[in-house]
Design a protein around this ligand. Structure first.
Ligand code: DAH
Length: 344
């Protein structure tokens, strides 16, 4: 029995030693010291021993039990310490590591230019109107006094979907659509931003898809001077108080008279340079007084009502304002280009 106790002790101490976690240690404890454990088993067999042997074996059994208990407790403490250290290590935060920079987005330059123009016009009582990009032949051409056979209606210039449907070539159809909704009653005072499409080959100054902003003001007694005053405010807002504007006669089927607006060249101050092609002036937009046919087709009495309209290209405005030399920069979306204008 003594030998069995010695063997058990050795075995138990070895197992305590090699227990790698608390669970394994608990198993060892149960196996040797539990109610049905090995040591208890030895103690239960004591009855069979002689009177002399009993106290000796009893004492040894107690010693062995105490030793194993102590070994388990010591090991328990070691394991707990190790667990805490491991947790501390895993949760360690290196406060000296550099932070991860977060990417902050921003508006696309074209969006910023469009919003700026929208804000200006809404502050003058205009409303923002929109229309479909897939447009009918009627609204894109007919309702704008563009007769059949007009060069702009050519298959070569427009993306047709069917005989009657095409990708709108300008934002002017929104004029006709909005006037229709007003059922012959003024005022109609709108600004219409949106995408337009043309069958152009992309290069530094052409794109098959670009943006436009249309303006329309129809009411009683709207005159050329109202148009000129409004465009003057726009030009100075966009390019600076020191800019002059001039209106040149032009032709658009939907306006009569029609004009083109130029602004004075800032680069040369009007003397003539490469930016203004030696003229001292830079062309910005087309405009005019709404053609009576356009008013009538949209249900407005042209004897009572008159109006002005204008159309401009945000790309061109942004290019002039920020010295951007290629229209394709707006659409290739290189973040190094876009980022420069996030705070515009
Ligand atoms: N729709 C014309 C274009 O795409 C621009 C334009 C010119 C719009 C004169 C107008 C206008 O409203 O009055 O070139």
């Amino acid at each position: 029995m003594k030998e069995r106790l010695q063997t058990l002790k050795q075995e138990a101490l070895d197992q305590v030693n090699s227990a790698s976690d608390q669970r394994a240690l608990q198993d060892v404890k149960v196996y040797y010291l539990g109610k049905k454990g090995q040591i208890t088993d030895v103690l239960k067999g004591m009855g069979k021993l002689s009177k002399e042997e009993r106290p000796v074996v009893g004492q040894l059994a107690n010693e062995v039990r105490d030793e194993i208990t102590e070994a388990i407790e010591t090991k328990q403490q070691t394991l707990e310490k190790q667990a805490i250290e491991k947790q501390l290590q895993e949760e360690a935060v290196d406060v000296t590591l550099p932070g991860k920079p977060s990417q902050i987005g921003g508006s696309h330059l074209l969006m910023s230019v469009i919003r700026d123009i929208e804000d200006l016009f809404t502050s003058m009582g205009y409303q923002v109107a929109e229309g479909p990009e897939v447009e009918t032949d009627y609204y894109n051409f007919e309702a704008l006094n563009l007769p059949k056979g007009h060069p702009a209606r050519d298959m070569q210039d427009s993306f047709y979907i069917t005989e009657e449907l095409l990708m709108r070539t300008h934002t002017s159809p929104v004029q006709a659509r909005t006037m229709n909704k007003h059922e012959g009653k003024g005022p109609v005072k709108i600004i219409c931003p949106g995408k337009v499409y043309r069958r152009d080959t992309d290069d530094a100054t052409h794109s098959h898809q670009f943006t436009q902003i249309e303006g329309l003001y129809v009411d009683e007694n709207i005159r050329m001077s109202d148009l000129k005053g409004t465009l003057n405010v726009l030009a100075k807002h966009l390019f600076g108080e020191d800019r002059e504007i001039r209106l040149r006669p032009s032709f658009f089927p939907f306006t009569e008279p029609s004009v083109e607006m130029d602004i004075s060249c800032k680069v040369c101050g009007g003397d003539g340079c490469s930016v203004c092609k030696k003229t001292g002036w830079i062309e910005i937009l087309g405009a005019g007084l709404v053609h009576p046919n356009v008013l009538e087709m949209a249900g407005f009495d042209s004897n009572k009502y008159s109006g002005f309209a204008f159309g401009m290209g945000p790309e061109r405005i942004a290019m002039l304002k920020y010295g951007i030399e290629d229209i394709r920069h707006f659409y290739t979306n290189d973040v190094r280009f876009l980022k420069q204008f996030h705070r515009v």
